[in-house]
Design a protein around this ligand. Structure first.
Ligand code: NAD
Length: 489
């Protein structure tokens, strides 16, 4: 039996004991996960520096804070999320208990990516634990140092219920041959298809957190200086290796020079004149990606940057101007610090450009006009839309995070993670009395019965509203009674 098969079997055996169901157990595991990130802060920071040249503070800011927030939220809201959710009834079921009961799915496979290796691997795990599942966690082998730290997770969590399997493609493929109750994958769309194919063999549901090219439209009617500060931050953070980084800019030709000028100023302000020796500027994860990204710049005109050093996987913050839609850099997600500017003739053409391509994970628009923003929202589709900023939607736990179409399927963060990794079970509890009401559905199916069925089934009953009406009626009756007594005196 392979190591992967063993891990899944043990997790399933643990799940079948039922011990992950009580909320106290889940809360304890979530607290232990928090303990892990607290006690292993230094190990995580060192690993992250080796993998991606991230500083300890950047690791805290962009990996740990969000994860901590998700754990805190799940701990404080778990009782509410896990409780039965009453629903509206029809007249036929008015006397019954009708509700949704979230229940664990079983064993969840979490496959993480390397760019924010802690956040994209452990945030789905928070959802899996909160929802009462067992889990097998497969960190990305590409961020190998961070994966090594995650191997220590079972020292903190129930080691039979939560397994960490490290390794590369063969190990992931062996895992994917096993039967899971849900697969939560973060990574490229190409591998996402393989994951979905493997899952289909067992009819396992999937969440696919994928990537793609996220456009950024700059309207001429906006504060270009502020827009460029926010875009520069969103693009060059983690050396452009952020799934929701603005991939390319769309703008009119008459503002292109100003955009380039402002981005140049921001690069200098944020990363100095020498980003290579600046601590807060990252590195490309490995030489394969370095070569891939450098090749994408071929045939385009350089406006800013362009320096690189393969031995260090360093690529300077770079902007390309007057990029044509057919150029190499526009054929795939860049996932690096290269920012192409594509010229369009206004909003309508920008919308058409976006709609002719795959639905993006994020869509950014910078404009002072509410009308322009509203038009972009109503005439395009994307996982998320952010106006006048970049990336920040990721920080709001109440917003579902995920793609649409080629950028992914499913969503997570906060309660969405809990729901995504739960089965929302429909429950209807009837009593064995009042059999007369059921005559209508038993044969013979007469016209009279059909008439009653129409009334009883098509009429939705909003019990909360009924209760309100009843309360108002009682108050009115009381008031009438008091007034009458008062008048009689
Ligand atoms: P990666 O190479 O780390 O792959 C992700 C996972 O897939 C790894 O665990 C890896 O072992 C596994 N894998 C790779 N090839 C496989 C194969 N042939 N069969 C089975 N498993 C395989 O990461 P990546 O794909 O380079 O990640 C970058 C992509 O992820 C980008 O497109 C980015 O936009 C996307 N991403 C999306 C999100 C999101 O939340 N939507 C977050 C981070 C990254």
């Amino acid at each position: 039996m392979s190591r992967e098969q063993q891990a899944v079997q043990q997790a399933r055996k643990a799940f079948l004991t039922g011990r992950s169901k009580p909320l106290d157990y889940r809360i304890k595991q979530l607290q232990n996960l928090k303990q892990f990130i607290k006690e292993k802060t230094t190990d995580i920071a060192n690993a992250m520096r080796k993998d991606l040249h991230k500083t300890a503070n950047a690791t805290q800011l962009f990996e740990i804070l969000g994860l901590e927030g998700e754990i805190n939220l799940a701990v404080s809201k778990l009782a509410e999320w896990a409780a039965a959710r009453p629903v509206n009834k029809n007249l036929l079921t008015i006397a019954d208990d009708v509700y949704i009961q979230p229940e664990p799915l079983g064993v969840v496979l979490v496959i993480g990516a390397w760019n924010y290796p802690i956040a994209v691997t452990l945030q789905p795990l928070v959802g899996a634990i909160a929802a009462g599942n067992a889990a097998v966690v497969k960190p990305s082998e590409v961020s190998s140092h961070t994966a090594k730290v995650m191997e220590l997770l079972p020292l903190y969590l129930d080691p039979e219920m939560y397994k960490v399997v490290t390794g590369g493609v063969p190990e992931t493929q062996e895992l994917l041959r096993q039967r899971f109750d849900h697969i939560f994958y973060t990574g490229s769309s190409t591998v996402g298809k393989l994951v979905m194919e493997a899952a289909a063999r067992h009819l396992t549901p999937v969440t696919l957190e994928l990537g793609g090219k996220s456009p950024c439209y700059i309207d001429k009617n906006c504060d270009i200086r502020i827009a460029c500060r926010r875009i520069t931050w969103g693009k060059y953070m983690n050396c452009g290796q952020t799934c929701i980084a603005p991939d390319y800019i769309l703008c009119e030709s008459n503002i292109q020079d100003k955009v380039i000028n402002e981005i140049q100023k921001c690069i200098q302000e944020f990363y100095t004149n020498d980003p290579k020796s600046f601590a807060d500027y990252g590195r490309i994860i490995n030489q394969r990606h370095f070569k891939r990204i450098m090749a994408l710049t071929e045939g385009s005109t350089l406006a800013i940057g362009g320096d690189s050093d393969e031995s260090e996987c360093y690529i300077a913050p770079t902007v390309l101007r007057d990029v044509t839609p057919g150029s190499k850099v526009m054929q795939e997600e860049i996932f690096g610090p290269i920012l192409p500017i594509v010229i369009v003739n206004g909003l309508k053409e920008a919308i058409q450009f976006i709609n002719e391509r795959e639905k993006p994970l994020a869509l950014y628009i910078f404009s002072s006009s509410k009308k322009v923003i509203k038009q972009m929202i109503s005439e395009t589709s994307s996982g998320a839309l952010v106006a006048n900023d970049c990336l920040v939607h990721f920080t709001i736990s109440d917003l579902p995070f995920g793609g649409v179409g080629n950028s992914g399927t499913g969503r997570y963060h906060g309660k969405y993670s809990f729901d995504q990794l739960s089965h929302l079970r429909s429950c209807l509890i009837k009593k064995l009395n009042m059999e007369g009401v059921n005559q209508m559905r038993y044969p013979p199916h007469t016209t009279e019965k059909l008439r009653w069925a129409r009334v009883l089934l098509l009429k939705q009953v909003n019990l909360a509203r009924w209760r309100q009406v009843a309360q108002v009626a009682v108050i009115a009756a009381l008031a009438a009674f008091v007034v009458q007594r008062f008048l009689r005196r």
